[in-house]
Write a protein of this length. Structure first.
Length: 401
C-alpha cells in the first residue's frame, strides 16, 4: 500500500501501483470501447486522489496525498538524460526513514504494476535479485548505502540525494466525481446495449482493454543440466585447502542472467591459529589457483566459475502444473528432513533440507516438471536446496516495439 515518505527533503508517495491512463479509450478500437469506459466510470466511486505521469495513472485512497509527487518521479528527475531511454531498476534504502523500495523505470516512465515496499535491506536485495532474474534491466540505480548487489552482472550507479525543484514534478490531484446522473448512466447503458447488439459476434472487444503496442521481454533461463554437471564436477576436482582452515560448507549458486554460475567453499579458522599469519598463508597459496578468495573475520570464502548457457523463454510455464512446493514434496519424499516455504507470494522460495549428498539431491531435481534452482549448500546442518518457480516473460503494454 502506498505511503507518504520524505526523500531529498521532499514529501513524496512511495509504493504506487501504475496502470494506463485510459485503458478503455482508444480511437482505433471504435465506439464500443469508449462507451464501456464511460459506463465503468459512471458506476465507480471517485478515488480520493489520482497521480498522472504521461500515459500512466496511479489511483490513491488517501486524500492527504493530494499535492504530493511520486517518489519514482522524484528519482527520475535526478537521473541524467542518457538514462531516460533505458530500463533502470531503482533500489532506494533510507534506514532513517524506514524506506526500502524497488521499482523499474522504462523509457522515462514507470512500468505497469506495483512498486515494491519492503521492510528492510535484506528484503530489498532479494527483491532486486528477483527483478534482475526476469531480465530486461539495463542498469541498477541504488542508494550508496545499499550493499550486497555485487555479482548481478549489471552496471550500477548511485542515486544520491541532491537539490531538486519539486515544482517541476506532477502531483496527485483530487479524483474526479463519477457520473451520478440517472440520465447519464441510463444513456451509457442503453448505448452500450445497442453497440453490443451490433458487435454481438465479438463481445470480447467490449470488455478487454485495447491491444495497443506491446513488447514481450523474454525470461532468461539457464541450462539446468549444465549447471548440475558443472557443480558436481567443480566439487569433484582438487580444491585449494590451507593449513589451519577447516572445511565449513560448500555449494553452488546461480549468479544472474547471462553470467556463469559459481561453485564455492568456506573454511573456518582453527581457534588455535593466529589469524594474521593464517590469512597471509591463504593469500600466498591462492595466488597459484584460479579461485577467488576473501577472508571475513575467521571465515575463508573461496569461489570459482561454472560455465552456464542461458536462453530466452517467450512462453509462460504450464499453469496446470502443481505448485513448486507440491512438486518438491513428491520429488524429495523419503530423503527430506523438511520442506519449508520462505517468503510470500507470488514467488516463494522452497527450502528442501536433507542429509543426502549433492548427487542424490540433483537426481531428485530431475523429477520436477518446472523449477528454478537458487542454490545448493552442504554444511554441518546437512544439505539445503533452494527452489522456486521459473521466471515468466514480461508483457510491457503501451511501450513501443
Amino acid at each position: 500500500m502506498a505511503r507518504i515518505v520524505e526523500y531529498c527533503g521532499i514529501r513524496t508517495i512511495a509504493g504506487l501501483t501504475w496502470d494506463l491512463l485510459s485503458p478503455y479509450v482508444d480511437p482505433s478500437t471504435g465506439t464500443a470501447q469508449r462507451l464501456y469506459g464511460q459506463l465503468a466510470r459512471a458506476m465507480a466511486a471517485p478515488p480520493a486522489a489520482v497521480l498522472l505521469w504521461g500515459d500512466r495513472r496511479a489511483v490513491l485512497s488517501d486524500r492527504n496525498m493530494r499535492g504530493l509527487p511520486a517518489l519514482s518521479q522524484t528519482v527520475a528527475g535526478l537521473m541524467s538524460e542518457d538514462l531516460a531511454e533505458r530500463v533502470v531498476l531503482v533500489a532506494i534504502a533510507e534506514p532513517d526513514a524506514q524506506l526500502y523500495t524497488a521499482f523499474v523505470l522504462a523509457a522515462g516512465k514507470p512500468v505497469l504494476g506495483a512498486e515494491k515496499l519492503l521492510d528492510d535491506a535484506a528484503q530489498l536485495r532479494a527483491a532486486v535479485g528477483e527483478i534482475v532474474v526476469n531480465g530486461g534491466i539495463d542498469v541498477i540505480a541504488a542508494s550508496p548505502t545499499l550493499a550486497g548487489l555485487e555479482g548481478l552482472g549489471l552496471p550500477r550507479i548511485d542515486v544520491s540525494q541532491t537539490d531538486l525543484d519539486p515544482r517541476a514534478l506532477p502531483v496527485a490531484v483530487a479524483g474526479q466525481a463519477p457520473l451520478r446522473s440517472a440520465a447519464t448512466l441510463g444513456g451509457a447503458v442503453a448505448a452500450l446495449a445497442i453497440t453490443a447488439s451490433l458487435f454481438a459476434g465479438d463481445v470480447k472487444a467490449l470488455l478487454v482493454p485495447p491491444d495497443t503496442a506491446q513488447k514481450i521481454i523474454p525470461a532468461q533461463v539457464p541450462d539446468w543440466d549444465e549447471f548440475i554437471a558443472g557443480c558436481l564436477a567443480a566439487h569433484a576436482e582438487e580444491w585449494p585447502s590451507v593449513p589451519g582452515w577447516l572445511p565449513s560448507s560448500r555449494g553452488c549458486r546461480v549468479v544472474g542472467p547471462g553470467l556463469p554460475a559459481a561453485a564455492w567453499r568456506t573454511f573456518q579458522l582453527d581457534g588455535q591459529r593466529n589469524l594474521i599469519i593464517s590469512q597471509r598463508v591463504a593469500e600466498m597459496m591462492y595466488r597459484s589457483w584460479p579461485h577467488r578468495m576473501s577472508i571475513t573475520d575467521s571465515v575463508l570464502s573461496t569461489e570459482t566459475d561454472i560455465a552456464l548457457t542461458w536462453s530466452e523463454a517467450l512462453t509462460e510455464p504450464d499453469q496446470s502444473l502443481p505448485p513448486i512446493s507440491r512438486q518438491a514434496e513428491d520429488a524429495f519424499v523419503g530423503v527430506e528432513r523438511s520442506i519449508t516455504r520462505e517468503g510470500g507470494d507470488p514467488d516463494p522460495v522452497i527450502l528442501v533440507a536433507s542429509n543426502a549428498q549433492f548427487q542424490e539431491m540433483f537426481g531428485r531435481v530431475s523429477r520436477l516438471q518446472a523449477y528454478w534452482i537458487d542454490s545448493i549448500e552442504q554444511s554441518e546442518r546437512g544439505t539445503e536446496l533452494r527452489l522456486r518457480n521459473p521466471p515468466k516473460p514480461i508483457l510491457a503494454i503501451g511501450e513501443s516495439q
